[in-house]
Design a protein around this ligand. Structure first.
Ligand SMILES: [Zn+2]
Length: 218
C-alpha cells in the first residue's frame, strides 16, 4: 500500500475524479469506494506535483497538466469519446491533443484496487506520462511509446518518494509488478501500440525508478 501525505485533504486545484453509477451500495462497498477515490485524488495530486516541480530540469517550456476526465464506465458505451471512438471498456487512456485528457474505467480501477492501492498510482502515472510525451520535443520520444511511459511512471512515483511526498510500503512494488504483468503482451514489443512483454514493462518501470526521468531518454 502507498501512504501519502495528508496534504491531499482540503487541497485545492486538484482535479476530482467522479464515479459513475449511482447504484445503492452496501456500507462496506461504500467505504472502499471512498478509499479508492481518495487514492485516485492523491495519485493525481502527487503525479501532477512531480511534473510541475521537475519539468524545467528536463524539458523546455512550461509544464501544463492534462485535463483529468477521471472515471468512466466503459460498459455504458457512448458517454465519452476520444477522437470519435468510445473510451475502451476496462481500460485507461490518454487522449492525445487536441483532446489532451486522461481517463480510466471505473471497473479497471476497482478490480486493481482489490489487489492493492499501488494499482491506481501506476495507472495514472502511466497515462500522465503519455501527456508528458505529448508535451516534449518529438526527438525525445521513444518508438516504444508504451515502454517509455512505463519508465516515466517509475520515475514519477519513485521521484515523488524521493521528494518525500509519497511513501512506499511493503508490498507496493510487488503490486506494481503484478499490475504490469497483468497488462503485458505475450510477445515482445513490435510496434508503437504494443505494451511489450511483462519483463519489458517491468524493466522499463524499474529503469525509471532507478535512473529517474533522464533514464527514460537514454
Ligand atoms: Zn499507455
Amino acid at each position: 500500500m502507498l501512504l501519502t501525505c495528508v496534504l491531499i485533504a482540503g487541497s485545492t486545484g486538484t482535479a476530482t475524479a467522479t464515479t459513475s453509477g449511482n447504484a445503492p451500495v452496501s456500507a462496506s462497498t461504500a467505504r472502499s469506494l471512498d478509499d479508492i477515490n481518495e487514492d485516485i485524488r492523491s495519485a493525481q495530486y502527487i503525479i501532477n506535483r512531480f511534473w510541475a516541480t521537475h519539468w524545467s530540469e528536463f524539458f523546455p517550456g512550461r509544464y501544463s497538466p492534462p485535463r483529468v476526465l477521471g472515471a468512466y464506465d466503459g460498459a455504458w458505451g457512448n458517454a465519452v469519446t476520444c477522437r470519435g471512438y468510445p473510451l475502451p471498456d476496462d481500460n485507461a487512456l490518454y487522449c492525445w491533443p487536441p483532446y489532451d485528457f486522461v481517463a480510466w474505467d471505473v471497473d479497471l480501477m476497482r478490480m486493481g484496487y482489490r489487489q492493492g492501492d499501488a494499482w491506481v498510482y501506476l495507472i495514472i502515472a502511466h497515462e500522465w506520462a503519455h501527456a508528458v510525451q505529448a508535451r516534449i520535443p518529438e526527438r525525445l520520444l521513444s518508438r516504444q511509446l508504451e515502454l517509455q511511459a512505463d519508465c516515466l511512471a517509475g520515475a514519477t512515483l519513485f521521484g515523488a518518494a524521493e521528494d518525500g511526498v509519497l511513501f512506499f510500503e511493503t508490498g507496493d512494488t510487488e503490486e506494481i509488478a503484478a499490475a504490469l504483468r497483468a497488462h503485458a503482451d505475450d510477445t515482445p514489443w513490435t510496434d508503437v501500440s504494443d505494451h511489450g512483454t511483462a519483463a519489458q514493462r517491468l524493466g522499463a518501470f524499474n529503469r525509471g525508478a532507478r535512473q529517474g526521468v533522464a533514464g527514460c531518454f537514454a
